[in-house]
Design a protein. Structure first.
Length: 343
C-alpha cells in the first residue's frame, strides 16, 4: 500500500483518521482524497478534508440517507466526486416511529455527550435510553448537566444520574462560559470526536458554540426551555460537524423529543449490568424476572441489594426493544424483514 505524504496524513489524523480507516484503502485508491462528512442534506453533502471544507459531488442515484455526519469517504482530487464510504468504527442510529430503516445520527464518534439541564427536564429514565444507544454503538457515554449556574447546588441532580451505569462520567457546568471547554477537555483532544444529544432547550447549541468558539453570525442559534413545562424549542434542525478549539470535533444534532429503544443487543446488558450479571443464576434461562420461581434477580430485590425501580425500567426497555426490533423471517433465499411492533 502506498502511503500518502506525511503532512497530508497528519492533517487527516486531526480530523479523526486512524489506522482503522487506513487499512481499508486498496492499492488503486491511494490517489483518492479522504474526506469526512460534515453535513448531509437530501441532495447535497458537505465535507472536511486536509485542505479544508469542500462540497462533495454526488453521483446519480446516490441516496444521501445512507450517509451520516462523521462518515469517512473517498473522493477524486480533481472535482471532489464521491467514490465510496469507508466502513464505520462506530455508528449512532435510532428507529423512528413508523420508519422502515434506522435513522443515522452520527458516525465514528468516540464520546457521546448526553446533555440535560439542572431543572425539571432531567429524566433518568430518558437518559438511560441515550446511554443504551451509546453502549450499542460502542461510544463512551458522558452525562453533561448544563445550567449549573442556575441552581444553588448541583448535587441533587448528580445523585439522580451517577448510578445509572457503572463507571458513568457525570459533569455539571455552565455551557455558556469558556470554562465549560476545560471541563470537557478530557474527551475533546486532537482527533477525538464527540456528539451532542438531548432534548431541545437543554443547552446543546450553547455548549457547541463554547466548544467551537463560535460567535456572532457563525454561532448556532440557541433557545431556552419554557418555564411552564420545562420543554424546549428546536433550534438545531440538522446534524453538522464542527472543529473544537482543543483539536477535536463535535457533531451537533437536533433535539430528540422521543427516543424509541430498538435493535439493541448489548446496550441494555451494559446499562443494567447488575441485572445481566444475576440473570445466569436464575433457574430458567428465559426468566423474565417477574414471577418465575428461582429468580436470582427477584431474590436480589427482596434482599434489598437491587433497586426495584431499576428492574421495572429494565423490563420496560427490554420489552420495548423486543417489540420494536424487526426480525428476519422466511425460507432460505426468500428472507424478508418482519416488523414486530405491537403498539
Amino acid at each position: 500500500m502506498i502511503i500518502p505524504p506525511d503532512h497530508t496524513r497528519d492533517a487527516d489524523r486531526t480530523l479523526g483518521w486512524s489506522e482503522f480507516f487506513e487499512v481499508q484503502l486498496a492499492p488503486d485508491e491511494t490517489h483518492l482524497v479522504p474526506m469526512r462528512i460534515a453535513t448531509v442534506h437530501r441532495s447535497r453533502m458537505g465535507a472536511e478534508s486536509a485542505a479544508g471544507p469542500a462540497r462533495l459531488q454526488i453521483p446519480p442515484l446516490t441516496n444521501t440517507a445512507h450517509y451520516a455526519v462523521g462518515d469517512w469517504v473517498l473522493a477524486t482530487p480533481e472535482d471532489n466526486l464521491l467514490v465510496r464510504r469507508l466502513e464505520r468504527r462506530t455508528l449512532l442510529q435510532r428507529r423512528t416511529e413508523g420508519g422502515r430503516l434506522p435513522q443515522l445520527i452520527a458516525a465514528n464518534v468516540d464520546t457521546l455527550f448526553i446533555v440535560t439541564s439542572c431543572n425539571d427536564d432531567l429524566n433518568p429514565a430518558r437518559l438511560e435510553r441515550y446511554i443504551a444507544l451509546a453502549n450499542e454503538a460502542g461510544t463512551t457515554p458522558v452525562i453533561v448537566l448544563t445550567k449549573a449556574d442556575q441552581v444553588a447546588d448541583t448535587a441533587p441532580y448528580r445523585d439522580q444520574v451517577v448510578g445509572l451505569q457503572r463507571g458513568l462520567a457525570v459533569v455539571a457546568l455552565n455551557g455558556q462560559v469558556p470554562e465549560a471547554a476545560d471541563v470537557l477537555a478530557p474527551w475533546c483532544g486532537p482527533g477525538q470526536t464527540v456528539a451532542l444529544v438531548g432534548s431541545s432547550g437543554v443547552g446543546k447549541s450553547s455548549l457547541l458554540n463554547t466548544l467551537a468558539q463560535k460567535t456572532g453570525d457563525d454561532a448556532q442559534l440557541t433557545g431556552s426551555i419554557r418555564e411552564d413545562d420545562a420543554k424546549g424549542r428546536h433550534t438545531t434542525t440538522s446534524r453538522s460537524l464542527h472543529a473544537i478549539s482543543g483539536g477535536g470535533w463535535v457533531i451537533d444534532t437536533p433535539g430528540i423529543r422521543t427516543l424509541h429503544v430498538s435493535d439493541l443487543s448489548v446496550g441494555l446488558d451494559v446499562l443494567f449490568a447488575e441485572i445481566s450479571e444475576l440473570a445466569p443464576s436464575c433457574r430458567f434461562r428465559d426468566c423474565t424476572h417477574a414471577h418465575e420461581p428461582g429468580c436470582a434477580v427477584r431474590a436480589a430485590v427482596d434482599a434489598g441489594t437491587l433497586d426495584p425501580a431499576r428492574l421495572d425500567r429494565w423490563r420496560k426497555l427490554h420489552e420495548e426493544n423486543a417489540s420494536n426490533t424487526p426480525v428476519i423471517t422466511g425460507a432460505r433465499g426468500n428472507k424478508r424483514i418482519k416488523n414486530t411492533n405491537r403498539r
